[in-house]
Design a binder for this molecule. Sequence first.
Ligand code: NAD
Length: 251
Amino acid sequence: MQTLPQKAASDQPLANKVVIVTGGARGLGEATCKCLAEAGLKVVVADVQPTLAEQLVAKIQEQAGDAIALPLDVSDPDQSKKLIDQVLDHYGKIDVLINNAGIDVTLSVEELDVRDWQRVMGVNLNGPFYMSKAVFSHLREQGGGHIINIVSTAAKRAWANASVYHASKWGLLGFSQALHVEGRPHNIKVTSVIAGGMRTPFLLERFPDIDVNTLQDPMNVAETIKYLLMQPKDTVISEIMVLPMKETSWP
Ligand code: NAD
């Protein structure tokens, strides 16, 4: 088993912080879990695909990282609340919540079923609300924390056959800004990460012919998330846009 060389505490300013990554089992979530575990954080891989989450935890542990997998459907408020309690039981605290889980249904408004609309809104918009609400009082009582919402260029402009995705991400950006205002007095930082196209199953499974050269490595966005967490106590980056050089969904 190959292990990482031990790093001095000063090399790991984020060491021992506890982070929850929703949708952490694959794609950007997976890259974020790996990146933050390597930076010394204790990582909760919370995903609706528990087997995938457990496989990732095994990989992180092989690299001497600290991680656990917990099943979670973010669109269920009871599960969101239970997950926060489980993490507090296991690690005793939570420092960072990353609302990353997201889905899309690629259909026109005419074709889109009402249940599909509700499902996408349930995961992309209701989920971050349920999770943030469940964790907020803990962060306030602890004296601070950080909530990061994974948004998209879909919150800035529109393309066809993605109406519910646009509505959910536009809504998430608004929710994130409102949460930022409410969090500040309690030392709770809130950041919206507006990501452009990434090489993840989210796009590659739906659009197998997509030119992967127009997409960025999700690890680049994960490194940006680590950078957000490294800011001094008295500074918050409330919004950041991370685009591939050949982004097609942004001018
Ligand atoms: P992905 O489909 O590759 O991975 C998403 C993960 O979320 C999966 O592990 C999945 O099991 C999990 N998930 C789905 N529904 C869930 C639920 N109800 N509860 C808990 N987990 C759930 O997607 P990705 O590309 O890694 O996307 C991550 C985030 O980045 C999403 O919010 C997405 O909207 C956003 N984003 C993606 C792109 C892109 O080009 N891939 C661009 C901008 C923003």
